[in-house]
Design a protein around this ligand. Structure first.
Ligand code: UDP
Length: 332
């Protein structure tokens, strides 16, 4: 099969491209390079620069490369920004997906596209503030931000299109993604806990804990961190499962099922980086759920997938990527 990987020049997308090609699948990257980086696309993998809102360009990419499957990761993903720019998020994440599905299923253009499988990048943000120990795929979805809403609406669109057309579909709900395959592929954004702590350490400032009065064992928020290499492998397993089962419709958490608190993460980061800077506690960040930890039972049962990498691997590889871009950080 040939897989069109939208957002394949992004942090997670580039890891998916790498895993798919290493597994022997043909990949074509489709990315508008708004946040993606062309150098992340490996030699030998075609890069089509375009937005999924551009129906003609999507149609041409599907036809030119005889695409038979799509992994759709292209999206805006900053929760805070989505609160300020909801229309932008709905346009990029929902309308962009709708246009893509229209082309993929041939609903928008004559001809018979040969796409049979569609993997959608969703998020644990669809759950909002789950009040459960382990979040299963049956836990009610009550997103707390426009970002989370666009991901949930995206799942609905994908599933409804699958039902109507026979397209095999899957929505992968990512938990907290971290780490890198190589320093070159590391996340360059500073929007999540690990890079935000790296940034503070680099500035010789204390890392911040956003609230330590939550109802959790040490009072700080608990999350389920997943190595981007494991997440990429989950995409390969999903893509293969869809290929062998036309009409299949999967919704799967991708997490490790292990809760780690913010304070524990900062301790791990101090140990890996050699900095030993005690954190400072600031007020809660609005909208943060106290605990979001996946049950990964379904993805293991459906695909035989299991995470292989631990927190140490995530922080070590993320730090190598950080030091590549911020060499001054290595000097402690
Ligand atoms: N967090 C923190 N200090 C920071 C950055 C994040 O205490 O400098 C906390 C944040 O409040 C949340 C957790 O770390 O409880 C994970 O945040 P992140 O933004 O990485 O992911 P989220 O789960 O919020 O999507």
């Amino acid at each position: 099969m040939t897989w069109l990987i939208t957002g394949g020049a992004g942090y997670i997308g580039a890891h998916v491209v790498r895993a798919m090609t290493e597994a022997g699948e043909r990949a074509v990257v489709y990315d508008d390079l708004s946040t993606g980086i062309a150098e992340r696309v490996p030699d030998g993998v075609p890069l089509v620069v375009g937005s999924t809102l551009d129906a003609e360009r999507v149609a041409r990419a599907l036809a030119d490369h005889a695409v038979t499957g799509v992994v759709h990761l292209a999206a805006k993903k900053q929760v805070g920004e989505s609160v300020d720019l909801p229309l932008h998020y709905y346009r990029e994440n929902v309308e962009g997906l709708r246009v893509l599905l229209e082309q993929v299923t041939g609903a928008g253009a004559p001809g018979a596209p040969g796409v049979s499988s569609f993997v959608f990048s969703s998020s644990a943000a669809v759950y909002g503030m789950p009040d459960v120990e382990l979040v299963t795929e049956e836990t009610p979805c009550v997103p707390m931000s426009p970002y989370g809403e666009t991901k949930l609406a995206g799942e609905w669109l994908v599933r409804a299109t699958g039902r109507a057309t026979g397209l095999a579909t899957a929505s992968l709900r990512y938990f907290n993604v971290a780490g890198a395959a190589t320093p070159h592929l590391a996340d360059t954004g500073v929007f999540n806990l690990i890079p935000m702590v790296f940034e503070k350490l680099t500035e010789k400032a204390p890392p911040r804990i956003f609230g330590d009065d939550y109802a959790t064992p040490d009072g700080t928020c608990v999350r389920d961190y997943i190595h981007v290499l494991d997440l990429a492998d989950a995409h390969v397993a999903t893509a293969r499962a869809l290929r062998s089962s036309p009409g299949r419709d999967l919704t799967l958490n991708v997490g490790r099922g292990e809760g780690v608190s913010v304070r524990e993460m900062i301790d791990h980061i101090n140990a890996v980086t050699g900095y030993d800077r005690p954190p400072t506690v600031t007020p809660r960040r609005p909208g943060d759920p106290s605990r979001v930890v996946a049950s990964a039972d379904r993805i293991t049962a459906e695909l035989g997938w299991n995470a292989k990498h631990d927190i140490q691997d995530m922080i070590t590889s993320a730090w190598e990527g950080w030091v590549r871009l911020h060499p001054e950080a290595a000097r402690g």
